[in-house]
Structure formats: structure tokens, C-alpha cells
Design a binder for this molecule. Sequence first.
Ligand code: NAD
Length: 300
Amino acid sequence: MPSLGRSSSSTSCRRPPAAIFSASSCALKRTRQRLPDTWPIKDSRVDIHNRCFLITGAASGLGAATAGRLIDLGGKVVLCDLSDGVFDQAEALGERARAVKGDVTSGEQMAQAVEAAVTLGGEHGLAGVVHCAGVVSVAKLVDREGHPADLDAYARTIQINLVGTFNVMRLAAAAMAKNAPCSSGERGVIVNTASIAAFDGQVGQCAYSASKAGVVGMSLPAARELSRHAIRVMAIAPGVFETPMMSEIPRDAHDALVAGVPFPKRLGRAEEFALLAEQIITNPMLNGEVIRLDGGIRMQ
Ligand SMILES: NC(=O)c1ccc[n+]([C@@H]2O[C@H](COP(=O)([O-])OP(=O)(O)OC[C@H]3O[C@@H](n4cnc5c(N)ncnc54)[C@H](O)[C@@H]3O)[C@@H](O)[C@H]2O)c1
């Protein structure tokens, strides 16, 4: 049986007593020698500075925080939302921000939002989308009085959360496919917003969970298809975040949610969502995946 200390790799290492350490440190040296020209990693980062991003749902919560983060990093943003609040939000972010009022379920209005981002992006066009627009809904299949759930309400949640995501993806991808590749070789990135309800849906969440499970389901096929255009597709599945969407939940429900988070024992902050969006945009190896951002909570 060959001795660990006398392997062919250890002979070139010249540290015979610490055989295992020597073998691994030699392996480390060889690894270092094989590192590609793009090392250190900062060279392969996708730029945010001076690049334009479309943020939907940007009047509030996760979208507003992401828009602010991208502006802080030197980017440009087109904030899109159904709410008039998007104008104040854009004004507060300064001259590198624009607002477009629009409904994510409308092809025409989203085409205008994408066009505004392409124009603001100048020579670089639209660099990416962070799609946060969405609604939450709660309805039992059969309520206490025995009435069946409202079909229109179900369809509306699917229309906004799922069809709206597809609508924004298709228009943004068509625009980004026309970009010249950036230094890392990519033409753009799409970050969608799912939810942990896609995996751990609770009672009353048939519509919401199904809509978000649809967002999860589109990530891989979209990433595979858009790879030929060098466009990445990712999704974030947030746990429970402190945003206007969650502000109306009763105190005891809030406390129960917090108790279910292993660590940190609190709800997520919109800025933490923005940090992950930033990482996804800048890290070119993140593609075709859904990342839970939830402090470890698993809904019952
Ligand atoms: N807050 C959470 O705990 C949580 C958890 C999981 C997933 N999410 C998801 O994150 C996304 C953002 O949620 P948030 O917490 O920031 O909520 P939010 O209510 O603060 O913001 C959502 C924004 O989307 C906009 N919007 C709604 N329908 C729209 C439409 N048809 N067209 C354009 N804009 C529209 C609203 O006007 C609002 O400004 C949603 O998709 C939500 O489902 C949130």
C-alpha cells in the first residue's frame, strides 16, 4: 500500500515530515498556478456603475430599497409601479433615476418602461431587471360559511404575480438581447421575486403560493433559453420582510412569524433583499437558481 508521505506529489514539495500537510499545500500551489487570468474575482464582476436597471414595484418595500441600493452603487434606475408614489421615490433618488407609472400585466405599459430604461442606459442599454411588483392574497378554498373561494380573486393574483413576471421578463430579455456583451461577456440579468410560500405555502395561500411557485418554475427554463443571449435569470424567495405589504398583519401574527425564524430573530429588512439583488447582479456565476432569503424559517 503506498505511503501517504511518499506519493509522487509529495516529492516535489520537499517537506517530508508533515506529509499530509505537504501534499495538500502542494495541491494548493498547483491550484494557484491554474487560476485563470480573470483572478482576482473583482475583475469578473458585472458592473453596476453607470448601468441602467429597471425596478418594478419600486414605489415601496423591496423594490424601493433595491432602487436606492443601485443608485448608491453608481447605477441608474427606472422605477416602475402602479402607484403614483413612484414619482416621489424617483425624485428622491436624484438625476440618475426616472419614474414610469405602469401595470406589470400590461404589455404596452411595460414596453414603455423597458424603453425608458433602454434610453436612460444610453450606450449600455438596459443592463438588468429586478422585478418586485406583486400582491399578496389570502383566501380559503371553502370559507367558514361553506362558500367557495372567489375565482376572479384567484385569477387576479396569478395575473399580477405570475403573468406579470413573464410579461416583464419577455420584454426586458428582448431589449437586453440587443446589448453588446459587457466585459464579463453577458448582456443582462433578470432577478425575479418569488416567496418562500412557493415551497411552504400556508392555509389560505393557494393563489399566492401557486403564483410564486410559477415564478420559481420559470427560472431554470428561462435561464436555459436566454443563455444563448448571455442573459442570466435568477429568483429570490424572501421569507417575511418588514414592508408595507406585511405592515397590516396583527401583532400576534407578527410575533408568531418572528418566533419561527431561527436566526436572526426578526423579520427581514428591505435593505437585505437589496444586498442579495446586488450580489446576483454582480456575480456572473449565479444563474437559473432560486435563493431563499429567510433567516432559516420554514413555514408550517
Ligand atoms: N414583504 C414580504 O414579506 C414578502 C415575502 C415574500 C415575497 N414578497 C414579494 O416581494 C415583492 C415585493 O413585495 P413588498 O413586500 O416590497 O410589497 P409592497 O407592497 O411594499 O410593494 C409592492 C409594490 O408592487 C406594486 N404593484 C402591485 N401590483 C402591481 C402591478 N400590477 N403593476 C405594477 N406595480 C404593482 C405596488 O404598488 C407596490 O408598490 C412582491 O412580489 C411580494 O410578493 C414579499
